[in-house]
Design a binder for this molecule. Structure first.
Ligand code: PAF
Length: 287
């Protein structure tokens, strides 16, 4: 596995591969790999001749009061895990190369970025869309793979690529969970044992909502109430949002007709976790 840090070196390697007629897949990450990341990489490998994993803790997507400085990092371990999966290039640009002095260009995906995580993290999705577009230009992937845990992010990136005519197929892959159901996240590392136990309320809330839908309930208020009750009765928790939305536009739906996405963001003391699931009126959907 090659480790490339300079954007121009990454671009040169991508140009070389494309010149040889090779397909490129990209898995963008902020590192501190867990099984969720590894499953995206394994999938990426099946989609292309060359797999690039980018590892960049992007300052542009963190607010001033957020966890940029304490975001977990372990480059050596990440490199070993990526090598095991068979990654061709681990791309690790520096912040100074991504945002050199004088940098002033940002990409904003308007409506999709406003609510949900965008409401409590102003500017977050502008930072995400900007860095992902830069990564697309640097790595020139045919396919880019993202996790569905960051569901709003996935929709923002799909919209950005479509609106700006970026010739890349953006693929969302299912959430990977711990054996007890907690969605894999680098931020789980912040949780102490009591908080880790409390964090399971997100998954339990999704299950309760799913069960209600399976029993025939379609009404938004009833579905959200079932999930919210589980969270509010769990210690250390504060709901940031619980929303039932159209899977593409992320606009609120009043009732489930076809499919809807249930999205949760919950503070467990000082750690904010997100999770989501598809709810379908016509078939069983797994969380
Ligand atoms: O999901 C993430 O890890 C980040 O938001 C991403 C897509 C790598 C952009 O920095």
């Amino acid at each position: 596995m090659e480790i490339i840090s300079a954007p121009q070196d990454m671009q040169a390697r991508a140009r070389q591969w494309r010149g040889q007629g090779l397909n490129i897949a990209l898995v963008p990450t902020m590192g501190f790999f867990h099984r969720g990341h590894l499953s995206l990489m394994e999938y990426g490998k099946t989609q292309a001749d060359r797999l690039v994993v980018s590892l960049f803790v992007n300052p542009a997507q963190f607010g001033p009061a957020e966890d940029l400085a304490r975001y977990p990092r372990d480059l050596e371990r990440d490199a070993a895990l990526a090598r095991e999966v068979g990654v061709d290039v681990l791309y690790t640009p520096e912040a100074a190369a991504m945002y050199p002095p004088g940098y002033q260009t940002y990409v904003s995906v308007e409506a999709l970025s406003q609510g949900l995580c965008g409401a409590s993290r102003p500017g977050h999705f502008t930072g995400v869309a900007t860095v992902v577009l830069k990564l697309f230009h640097q790595v020139q992937p045919h396919t880019a793979v993202f996790g569905e845990k960051d569901y709003q992010q996935l929709q923002v990136i799909k919209r950005m690529a479509a609106d700006l005519d970026v010739p890349v197929t953006v693929v969302g892959r299912p959430i990977v969970r711990e054996p007890d159901g907690l969605a894999m996240s680098s931020r789980n590392a912040y949780l102490n044992p009591a908080e880790r136990a409390a964090a399971l309320c997100l998954y339990r809330a999704l299950l309760a909502a799913r069960d209600l839908v399976i029993s025939g309930e379609k009404d938004r208020e009833q579905i959200l109430a079932a999930g919210s009750e589980i969270i509010t009765s769990t210690p250390y928790t504060r709901i940031d949002y619980a929303a039932l939305v159209d899977p593409e536009t992320l606009e609120d739906v009043e009732a489930i007709e076809g499919e809807a996405r249930l999205l949760l963001a919950v503070w467990i003391n000082k750690t904010r976790l997100i999770d989501n699931t598809m709810l379908s009126e016509s078939r069983l959907c797994c969380v």
